[in-house]
Structures are given as structure tokens and as C-alpha cells.
Design a protein around this ligand. Structure first.
Ligand code: HEM
Length: 268
């Protein structure tokens, strides 16, 4: 399709010729006004062509091919645990993004017996911020529900034999997802920088140090040193709010995309 010039056509005369209602005239005038300036009709056509091209190339989903929505087992409630995990993830992501407006990842100031900025901000969210208590609770609960749902989802996949051929890859992707879900939980747990966070961090450092040969290097990389400090908190923060959301969202999309193509497995 070519994007030719539009202003050599007399739209006003064309509109007058037609026997249109005022609503139709207003709509078409607005459309023509926009089209003359932004060529929106051309771009809409382009989008339409693209839509049909992509859809023609998509394979028919397994569900469509075998008419699965009409089978009883397809609607078994335990088959929705993956969807439930996704839902909990979305709630955690939205509430987390809102918490991000009020949280500060700074462990500076803790040494002299004062609270750190991170801890202070959590206290602010819990006591002073309107709906802050609720927002933080929604974030913590959805994160915990997600962990439980992902685990139960894995059990359902195992006990219905859904990991077998041809779904091995999605099972492996699932292993990565459950691991990242736990890393999400762990990094988030450290962010309030309270006693629980500090000692959980200490356990993490010691676990890293216990790895043969590369232990010290791993502790340095993940925790920013062998004892906890501001660089630990900033690493947890970057992992929690920057790296993991992008990686996990992409992997969930691929995971669900594969389910869309392969369909839900029949119980074996
Ligand atoms: C963030 C975590 C996860 C999300 C959001 C997620 C999401 C989903 C969704 C929406 C489905 C469609 C069927 C259903 O709802 O049960 C599904 C299917 C599947 N998931 Fe997950 N999943 C996650 C973790 C896992 C884990 C930990 C495993 C296993 C190690 C796994 C392996 C599979 C497999 C093999 C299927 C295909 C099941 C079938 O065809 O019946 N997933 N997942």
C-alpha cells in the first residue's frame, strides 16, 4: 500500500453530496481532518493487513483442533492454578509498582543506632500514607499467594502427567519460573531492611560463601560483600524492581504461549 498525498481531494464537496445525518457528518469530518494530518486511514489499513497476515500464519490451537472446551476434564478447577498464579503475579506487580512511589532503597544511617531510610519509608507507608497499610498488605499477600499457587500448579502438572512429551520444555521453563518466583520473594523480603531482612540476608551471604571455589565471588556479586550494607540493599532492589519483573513477565508470556499452541494435556 502506498501513502499518497491526501489534500488534492475535495472532501467538503463529497460530504455535501451525501445525504448524511449530523452525527455521521461530524464523525466523517473529524476522520478526514485527522486523516489529512496523520494519515490514520492508511495506518489503520496497514494494521489490518498485518493482523490478517499474522493470524493466517498462527497454527490452530490444540484446544480448537480437538474441540477441548467441550470435554469435562478440561474445566477441572485444578487446571486453573496456572491462571491463578498469573493473576497473583499481576496483582503483585501493580501493587509493587505503586509501593515504588514511596519506597527508598537506602540503608544509609543504620549504623549509629538510627533507622535506615528504607525502614523509615516502610514505617511511613504503614502508619502515615493513606491506604499504605492496605497497599503493602496486598503486595505481600499476593506474593505469598503466587508462591503457593505456583507450587500447587507444579503438583497438578506432575500428578496429571502433563510434563510428558511434548511438554517437557514447558516443564523446564516452569522450573525456572518457580525458582525466579522464590528469588522474587527473597529479594522483596530484604527490602524493609528490618531485623528479619537483615538476618535473612546474613543467611544468604553464608550460603553463598559455602559454595566451593566460587563462594566468595558469588557473595560479592549478589550481596555486594561478605557483610551486609547499603550495596546489598541496592542489589536486592535492582533485582526485585528492575531485572526480575522483565525476565519473569517475558517467561510467563512464553510459558502461556506454549500452552496456547500445545493445549492443556489430557490427564494421563
Ligand atoms: C510464575 C509461575 C507460573 C505461571 C504464571 C504459570 C502459568 C501457567 C498457565 C496459565 C498454564 C495453563 C494451564 C493451567 O492453568 O494449569 C500453565 C501450564 C503449564 N505449566 Fe505453568 N506456570 C508457572 C509455573 C510452572 C511450574 C513451576 C511448572 C513446573 C515445573 C509449570 C509447568 C507447566 C506445564 C508443563 C504446563 C502445561 C500443562 C498442561 O498442558 O496441562 N509451570 N502454566
Amino acid at each position: 500500500m502506498s501513502l499518497q498525498k491526501k489534500d488534492d481531494y475535495d472532501h467538503k464537496a463529497w460530504l455535501k453530496e451525501k445525504d448524511l445525518t449530523p452525527v455521521e457528518t461530524t464523525f466523517l469530518t473529524a476522520l478526514i481532518w485527522l486523516d489529512k494530518r496523520f494519515r490514520i486511514v492508511d495506518y489503520l489499513e496497514l494494521l489490518e493487513t498485518l493482523y490478517y497476515r499474522v493470524n493466517l500464519q498462527m497454527p490452530k490451537s490444540h484446544t480448537e483442533q480437538y474441540d477441548l472446551d467441550n470435554k469435562f476434564w478440561y474445566w477441572y478447577p485444578l487446571y486453573t492454578l496456572g491462571f491463578f498464579s498469573t493473576l497473583a503475579y499481576v496483582v503483585a506487580a501493580i501493587s509493587g509498582a505503586l509501593l515504588g512511589f514511596y519506597y527508598t532503597p537506602s540503608a544509609v544511617g543504620g549504623a549509629a543506632g538510627e533507622a535506615t531510610a528504607a525502614y523509615d519509608q516502610i514505617a511511613f507507608i504503614m502508619t502515615d500514607l493513606q491506604f499504605g497499610f492496605m497497599l503493602r498488605s496486598i503486595h505481600r499477600w499476593s506474593a505469598q499467594v503466587m508462591t503457593a499457587a505456583v507450587f500447587l500448579h507444579m503438583l497438578r502438572v506432575y500428578f496429571t502427567g502433563a510434563y510428558k512429551e511434548p511438554r517437557e520444555l514447558n516443564w523446564l521453563l516452569g522450573i525456572v519460573l518457580i525458582s525466579l518466583t522464590m528469588v522474587f520473594g527473597y529479594t522483596g523480603y530484604l527490602l524493609p531492611w528490618d531485623q528479619l531482612a537483615f538476618w535473612a540476608g546474613q543467611i544468604g551471604v553464608e550460603m553463598s560463601l559455602s559454595i566451593p571455589l566460587v563462594g566468595e565471588w558469588v557473595a560479592q556479586l549478589i550481596f555486594g560483600g561478605f557483610s551486609l550494607g547499603p550495596s546489598t540493599l541496592i542489589r536486592m532492589y535492582i533485582l526485585h524492581v528492575f531485572l526480575l519483573p522483565f525476565v519473569v513477565t517475558s517467561l510467563i508470556a512464553i510459558h502461556i504461549g506454549i500452552v496456547w499452541v500445545q493445549g492443556i494435556a489430557e490427564p494421563h
